[in-house]
Ligand binder design. Structure first.
Ligand SMILES: Cc1cc2nc3c(=O)[nH]c(=O)nc-3n(C[C@H](O)[C@H](O)[C@H](O)COP(=O)(O)OP(=O)(O)OC[C@H]3O[C@@H](n4cnc5c(N)ncnc54)[C@H](O)[C@@H]3O)c2cc1C
Ligand SMILES: NC(=O)c1ccc[n+]([C@@H]2O[C@H](COP(=O)([O-])OP(=O)(O)OC[C@H]3O[C@@H](n4cnc5c(N)ncnc54)[C@H](O)[C@@H]3O)[C@@H](O)[C@H]2O)c1
Length: 441
C-alpha cells in the first residue's frame, strides 16, 4: 500500500486530521485539484473576513461620530482587494507546506476512485488502506434562462471593482454577509428571496432587527420572488421573477446555497450512499463502504457546514484511525455566526424552542441601555439567554458588534455545564466582552 490513509480534498476536513495522523506514524496522502487548504482558506471565511474588516471598523467609527470621530472614513475597494490578495494568495503554498513539513504526501490533480483501495490522479495510481472523502461543497447554480450571467461567492470575493448595483439571489449567509460589504462600499444592494424569511436557521426576532438595520442603510429586500430568468442588454442585466419583479441591475450573485461535491470522481463506482445533503456516514464517519470515510462539508448530516465542524470531524477521525478512541463521534454544541454589522450569533437552544412543557425560560438584555455597549455607542442589539428548568444555561443568541465573542465566552458554560463552584473560579479581564457576557448569567 502507498498510504495508510489517503484524503481526497485538502480543506479543513482533511488537513486537521492528516497532520495528527502523520505525526502518529501513519503514511498519509492528500490529493487536491485546486488550491491547497480548500474553500475556507482560499475562497471563503478568510477572504471574506479580510474584506469585512474595514466594513466592520467603518460601522464602529460611524457610531462614534460626534463622540471622538469627526467623520466616517471612506472605504477603498481596490485597496481592500489588494490587502486580500496580499494575505490569501500565499495561503495555498503555506497550506501545502504545512502538510509537507509534517511528512504528509501532497498530490496535485483530480482524484478518481477506481475501487475502495485505489485512486488515480492523471496517469498515476495510488493505493491506500483507508480512503477519506473530504471534497466539500460547490456553489449551487439556479437552472434558469440566463444562468450564464450569474456569479458565485468566489467571483464576488475577487471583484476588481464594486458594481454600482448588485443583486443577491437567496437569503442565507453569503447573501447577508456580502450585502453588508457591498452596501458599505456604496453599491445599491438587493436581496431577493423565494420565501418570506432570510437566515432561516437564526432566531427570527433578531433577524428582523438585522433586516431593519440593513434596510435603513438602503439594502432592499424582495420576498416571495421565484426567479424566472436573467437577460442582458446594452444597459446591463435584468432579473425577472415568476411574479412581478423586473429589475435592472449590474451584477447578480447566485447565493442559493452550496451542494456537496459527490459526483464525477467515482463514488458511484464503489457504491457510496448519498442523500440530498451529501455522503451518508455512520457515527464513526464511515460510509456504507468499509474503509471509506467522509468528513466536512461533503457529509450528509444536519450539522452546520462550517469550518469548525469540518475540523472537528477530521480531528475525530485522526483519533479513531490512530487508535486513540473507539467511541462514536460526539458533537459539542456548535455556535454559528453571520458576519453582518452588527453580527448575529447563536449557540445551543434557541428561544424559539421554549415551550410550557419543557420549562425553559429566557432572560433578555437590551444593548441600547447597557453601559458596555454604550462605550461604542451601539445603537441596537439584544442578548437572550435560555435556561432549562434546572437553571442551567442551554442557549444564547446575540445581536451586536461583539456577538461572536459573547457566544465564544458563553458556549463553554453550555457545553461543559459548569457548576457554581467552577464558575466562581473563573476570572475574566475587565472590561471585556467576555466579562460582560458572563456577568449576565
Ligand atoms: C463564501 C464563504 C464564506 C464562508 N465563511 C465561513 C465562516 O466565516 N466561518 C465558517 O466557519 N465557515 C465559513 N464557510 C464555510 C467553510 O468554508 C466550509 O465549511 C469549509 O471550507 C469546509 O471544509 P471542507 O474541507 O469540508 O471542504 P472544502 O474547503 O470545500 O475543501 C474541499 C476540497 O476538495 C477539493 N476536491 C473536490 N473534489 C476533488 C477531487 N475529485 N480531487 C481532488 N480534490 C478535490 C476541492 O478543490 C476543495 O479544495 C464559508 C464558505 C463560503 C463559501
Ligand atoms: N459565517 C459563516 O459561518 C458562513 C458564511 C458564509 C457561508 N457559510 C457556509 O456556506 C454555506 C453556503 O452559504 P449560502 O448563503 O450560499 O447558503 P445558505 O444555505 O445559507 O442560503 C441559501 C439561500 O438560498 C435560498 N435558496 C435555496 N435554493 C433556492 C432556490 N432554488 N431558489 C431560490 N432560493 C433558494 C435559501 O432559502 C437560502 O435563503 C452556508 O450554509 C454555510 O454552511 C458560512
Amino acid at each position: 500500500m502507498d498510504f495508510d490513509v489517503l484524503f481526497i480534498g485538502s480543506g479543513q476536513a482533511a488537513w486537521n486530521g492528516a497532520i495528527p495522523m502523520s505525526q502518529a506514524g501513519l503514511k498519509v496522502g492528500v490529493i487536491e485539484q485546486d488550491r491547497f487548504g480548500g474553500v475556507c482558506s482560499n475562497y471563503g471565511c478568510n477572504a471574506k473576513i479580510i474584506l469585512d474588516r474595514p466594513v466592520e471598523l467603518q460601522r464602529q467609527v460611524q457610531q462614534l461620530v460626534g463622540r471622538g470621530f469627526n467623520e466616517v472614513p471612506a472605504l477603498n475597494w481596490a485597496d481592500m482587494m489588494a490587502h486580500k490578495h496580499e494575505i490569501i494568495d500565499s495561503q495555498s503554498y503555506n497550506n501545502e507546506n504545512k502538510l509537507v513539513k509534517n511528512n504528509v504526501t501532497t498530490i496535485h490533480g483530480t482524484a478518481t476512485i477506481v475501487d475502495q483501495r485505489t485512486v488515480t490522479v492523471g496517469a498515476d495510481t495510488y493505493t491506500t488502506d483507508k480512503l477519506v472523502i473530504a471534497t466539500g461543497q460547490h456553489s449551487h447554480r439556479l437552472d434558469i434562462p440566463g444562468s450564464e450571467f450569474l456569479h458565485d461567492s468566489s467571483d464576488f470575493l475577487d471583484l476588481a471593482t464594486m458594481p454600482k448595483h448588485i443583486s443577491f439571489l437567496g437569503g442565507g449567509f453569503v447573501a447577508l454577509e456580502f450585502a453588508t460589504i457591498a452596501n458599505a462600499l456604496g453599491a445599491q444592494v438587493d436581496i431577493i428571496v423565494r420565501g418570506t424569511q432570510v437566515l432561516k436557521g437564526f432566531y427570527q426576532p433578531y433577524v428582523k432587527q438585522l433586516v431593519a438595520d440593513l434596510s435603513a442603510r438602503g439594502v432592499r429586500f424582495f420576498y416571495n420572488q421565484t426567479i424566472a430568468g436573467v437577460t442582458q442588454d446594452a444597459d446591463g442585466l435584468v432579473i425577472m421573477s415568476e411574479k412581478d419583479l423586473n429589475m435592472r441591475t449590474d451584477y447578480v450573485v447566485d447565493a442559493t446555497g452550496r451542494v456537496a461535491t459527490v459526483a464525477g470522481f467515482g463514488l458511484e463506482t464503489i457504491g457510496v450512499t448519498t442523500n440530498q445533503h451529501g455522503i451518508v456516514v455512520d457515527e464513526y464517519m464511515q460510509t456504507n463502504v468499509p474503509g471509506v470515510y467522509a468528513t466536512g462539508d461533503v457529509v450528509g448530516k444536519r450539522q452546520p457546514k462550517i469550518t469548525p465542524v469540518a475540523a472537528y470531524e477530521s480531528q475525530y477521525l485522526a483519533k479513531l484511525l490512530t487508535g486513540q478512541t473507539s467511541a462514536p463521534i460526539d458533537y459539542p454544541v456548535i455556535p454559528t455566526t453571520v458576519f453582518t454589522s452588527p453580527r448575529l450569533a447563536q449557540v445551543g437552544v434557541s428561544p424559539a424552542e421554549m415551550t410550557p412543557e419543557n420549562g425553559y425560560y429566557q432572560q433578555k438584555f437590551t444593548h441600547v441601555t447597557d453601559w458596555y455597549h454604550q462605550v461604542g455607542n451601539q445603537t441596537s442589539g439584544e442578548l437572550t439567554l435560555v435556561f432549562n428548568a434546572e437553571h442551567r444555561l442551554i442557549g444564547v443568541v446575540d445581536l451586536s458588534d461583539d456577538a461572536p465573542d459573547t457566544i465564544n465566552a458563553l458556549a463553554p458554560y453550555i457545553e461543559l455545564g459548569l457548576t457554581a463552584e467552577q464558575v466562581e473560579r473563573l476570572i475574566y479581564i475587565f472590561p471585556s466582552v467576555a466579562h460582560r457576557a458572563v456577568t449576565r448569567l
